[in-house]
Design a protein around this ligand. Structure first.
Ligand code: SAM
Length: 248
């Protein structure tokens, strides 16, 4: 897969995409991540990429032309399909694990990072396929959101994590939150690891983990249970937890 990041701050993105799991995925060529500086496509003497907003008001707006030209430089329309272009924006649809899985199946995506007051709407209308938000708050620029999306997508690519279980059992993949995790020592400051995890009995460990996943979801994000796929036994288990809380 290839991920392009269109940004005014490529150094911010390059630092992250060369580190940790995403950095290893790039080094082992499981993904190619290319950061392009929109400023390199400013066709004026002072490399100006923004201007004051029409209608007045505070701040600056990113101009349409350098973004359009930077995007056009990424592919040849005569021989290649237009890459799927995502604008990171607080007005976009909220990013989810399902969206990360969906994007990981594409050969190519381009992530456009806004800055200042945002981007001239006309270039968004012309080239953007979808807008993604990483949450209902406003950040200074689209670089952190683009890196969030790139990281989550890379984790879903074949071979990036050691085994598919690394993500299929993680929070949100199946609609539930993950069970609690423990590591050595078995007793830490008088707190013991649950005995079942020391038993070596795989079926019991699996059952405990599923139940803890249901319990954690019930306690921390109960609304997720409305859309999770649960068996009749699991629904009964949740009802029992609900009842026991009610009885306290
Ligand atoms: N004036 C814009 C508004 O009120 O919707 C906010 C502009 S923000 C300061 C600058 C840039 O940061 C945006 O163009 C966008 O690319 C990015 N950004 C900020 N918050 C974001 C979020 N929650 N999700 C995705 N991108 C975000």
């Amino acid at each position: 897969m290839r991920i392009d990041i269109l940004t005014l701050f490529p150094e911010m993105c390059e630092a992250v995409v060369s580190s940790s799991i995403i950095g290893r995925a790039v080094a082992s060529k499981k993904v190619e991540i290319i950061c392009t500086n929109i400023r390199d496509y400013a066709n004026n003497k002072h490399n100006k990429v923004d201007d004051t907003p029409y209608g007045g008001g505070m701040g600056m707006v990113m101009s349409a032309e350098p973004i359009d030209t930077a995007f056009a430089s990424l592919y040849n329309p005569e021989t290649e399909e237009k890459p799927h272009l995502i604008y990171l924006s607080p007005k976009g649809k909220n990013f989810t694990q399902q969206k990360a899985v969906e994007l990981s199946k594409k050969d190519r995506i381009v992530l456009l990072c806004g800055h200042y007051e945002g981007v001239d709407e006309r270039v968004l209308e012309k080239i953007v396929d979808e807008e993604i938000s990483i949450g209902d708050y406003v950040l200074t620029g689209g670089e952190l959101p683009a890196l969030v999306v790139a990281d989550a997508v890379c984790r879903m690519l074949p071979g990036v994590l050691a085994d598919d279980v690394c993500f299929t059992e993680e929070s949100h993949f199946s609609g539930l939150l993950e069970y609690p995790q423990y590591t050595k020592p078995a007793v830490w400051q008088d707190r013991e690891v649950p005995q079942v995890l020391l038993s070596g009995h795989h079926a019991n460990i699996e059952k405990w983990r599923r139940e803890m996943s249901l319990k954690t979801t019930f306690e921390k994000r109960p609304e997720l249970l409305n859309s999770a796929k649960l068996t009749a036994t699991e629904i009964k288990y949740i009802d029992e937890i609900r009842q026991s809380k009610h009885d306290i």
